[in-house]
Design a protein around this ligand. Structure first.
Ligand SMILES: [Ca+2]
Ligand SMILES: [Ca+2]
Length: 177
């Protein structure tokens, strides 16, 4: 896929993301929107508030990144124009920066989905996670096989992270988070 094809795609995804985070439709993002998103994911995945603490921390750190990139007040709110500016900055980041920024969120959610504590996500855990969060519009089974790049039948945090980075760079269509 060429850069000219993937860029509008990525922009659409960032726009949809804004609407999803702006759960009260106020037209701007508050820190509380991100805290509410963390609580909602935790509830749908059936984990305690304590187990969801790393996810809450990761999501509020993402709020801080967006506020900083968009030139918003660090305390918020982030206006639509500030978010759009942050999205432009995001698209200009090196892949390694994107990976580094997404890692805490991915690691938090992987540990929430890893019900048997094996450190990886097996097929059953993956299907339960995707049906709880409802972020994916593809087939969870096919997605599992494509994310499991080393084909060992389970997903490591690194494999999940790469799948998230690929989605946000417009290289894949399966949305995990
Ligand atoms: Ca597991
Ligand atoms: Ca694997």
């Amino acid at each position: 896929m060429t850069a000219s094809m993937s860029k509008p795609n990525v922009q659409d995804r960032l726009q949809r993301r804004f609407q999803r985070w702006d759960s009260d439709d106020s037209g701007s993002l508050e820190r509380s929107d991100f805290e509410r998103e963390a609580a909602s994911i935790a509830q749908r995945m059936g984990v305690s508030t304590q187990q969801a603490a790393p996810l809450k921390k990761a999501l509020t750190a993402m709020f801080d990144d967006i506020a900083r990139d968009g030139g918003a007040n660090p305390a918020g709110p982030i206006s639509r124009a500030e978010y759009d500016r942050a999205a432009e900055v995001w698209m200009g980041h090196d892949e390694n920066v994107i990976r580094q920024r997404m890692r805490p969120m991915v690691e938090a959610i992987v540990s929430m989905a890893d019900k048997d504590g094996s450190g990886t996500i097996d097929r059953k855990e993956f299907v339960a996670w995707i049906s709880a969060v409802g972020a994916g519009d593809g087939q969870a089974g096919d997605a599992f096989d494509s994310i499991d790049t080393n084909g060992n039948g389970s997903l490591s945090a690194d494999e999940v992270l790469q799948a998230c980075v690929d989605f946000h760079l417009g290289r894949s269509t399966f949305e995990l988070l």
